[in-house]
Design a protein around this ligand. Structure first.
Ligand code: PEP
Ligand code: MN
Length: 337
């Protein structure tokens, strides 16, 4: 339910309506627009005497939210959300590129990679410290030692950092080191993890599940938003289909669909979507042309020796060249890198 306040509603009237809704057991979410304020009210509609709310001073209208996701929907918030990490804005005019290796392997190579992706124009550094591997015998990540290396790389380069958190028990530790928490595809519907990560207040990069519909993905975002955290960045990373030529099948149509259904920013991961470094450049260009707000790209100094996802990782020189090409695509669609 959306309570639309009229444009002259006072702060006090808005507060009174919120108070009333909370008394009725609703979760309230005011959005202060340029002209009007609306209050998202999430809860059991049967407890609401609509006439009582409609006659409160300052209330213009009550509008139901038809979609199952409420806080994530454009019905509630028409203006696009911009997730800010200091001076970096995801969801605005600028395309934000996140880059780095799949996993943090050691300090020297990680810092070297960080310096190179920064020189090429990346704004955020990625690197896995806790790795969700298909095989329990594969490299599982350096865990807290990896987080410390990431933090050092941040201090040296000034880049913001993002890493995946796999387990509720690690949320606090991971959040104490990084700027953005990543929820991986395999955990998109780990609802306890979504709530726990959300409650840190840190921006959350929410990857689309391996076989998740867009609606399920937005419902996962709703878990984070309903924990009181508005800073969700969606990430399309390819879905499981019958096609075997690529690791996953990139769903480019998810970009305009999500833009229509939700106010949240959406970025694309062409590395995990394709599984092959050669396809990373064309998919990145396609993603920007289709309206993505950013990209997350795997870069490794020597992909042939990578402990994880070497075949889909770009060498720094190729990444740098791609960034130059992406600037032109961004310009063509009225964005900038
Ligand atoms: C990753 O980004 O390192 C990763 C494991 O991605 P995904 O969860 O999309 O597979
Ligand atoms: Mn990877």
């Amino acid at each position: 339910m959306i309570v639309v306040m009229n444009k002259n509603a006072t702060k006090e009237q808005i507060k009174n309506v919120e108070q009333k809704l909370m008394e009725l057991g609703f979760l309230t979410h005011p959005i202060y627009g340029e002209v009007k304020t609306v209050i998202g009210a999430i809860g059991d509609k049967r407890l609401l005497n609509t006439q009582e709310i409609l006659t409160m001073p300052g209330v213009e209208n009550l509008v139901p939210i038809m979609k199952p996701y409420k806080l994530a929907s454009r019905e509630l918030k028409q203006e696009s959300t911009i997730v800010e990490i200091d001076d970096i804005k995801i969801g605005g005019k600028e395309i934000v590129v996140i880059a780095g290796p799949c996993a943090i392997e050691n300090e020297e190579s990680f810092i070297d990679t960080a310096i190179k992706v920064k020189e090429a124009g990346a704004k955020i550094l990625r690197g896995g410290a806790f790795k969700p591997r298909t095989s329990p015998y594969s490299f599982q990540g350096l865990e807290e030692e990896g987080l410390k290396i990431m933090y050092t790389a941040k201090k040296i380069t000034g880049l913001k950092i993002v890493t995946e958190v796999l387990d509720t028990r690690d949320v606090e530790t991971v959040a104490s080191y990084v700027d953005i928490l990543q929820i991986g595809a395999r955990n998109m519907q780990n609802f306890k993890l979504l709530k726990e990560a959300g409650s840190t207040g840190k921006p959350i990069l929410l990857k689309r599940g391996l076989a998740a519909t867009i609606e399920e993905w937005l419902m996962a975002a709703e878990y984070i938003l309903s924990s009181g955290n508005d800073n969700v960045i969606l990430c399309e990373r390819g879905i499981r289909t019958y096609e075997t030529s690529t690791r996953n099948t990139i769903d480019m149509s998810a970009i305009p669909v999500v833009k229509e259904l939700s106010h949240l920013p959406i970025i694309v991961d062409p590395s995990h979507a394709s599984g092959t470094w050669k396809y990373v450049a064309p998919l990145s260009k396609g993603a920007i042309a289709t309206g993505a707000d950013g990209l997350i790209i795997e870069v490794h100094l020597d992909p042939t020796c990578a402990l994880c996802d070497g075949p889909q990782s770009l060498r720094p020189d190729k990444f740098s060249k791609l960034m130059e090409e992406l600037a032109l695509v961004a310009q063509a669609v009225g964005r900038q890198i």
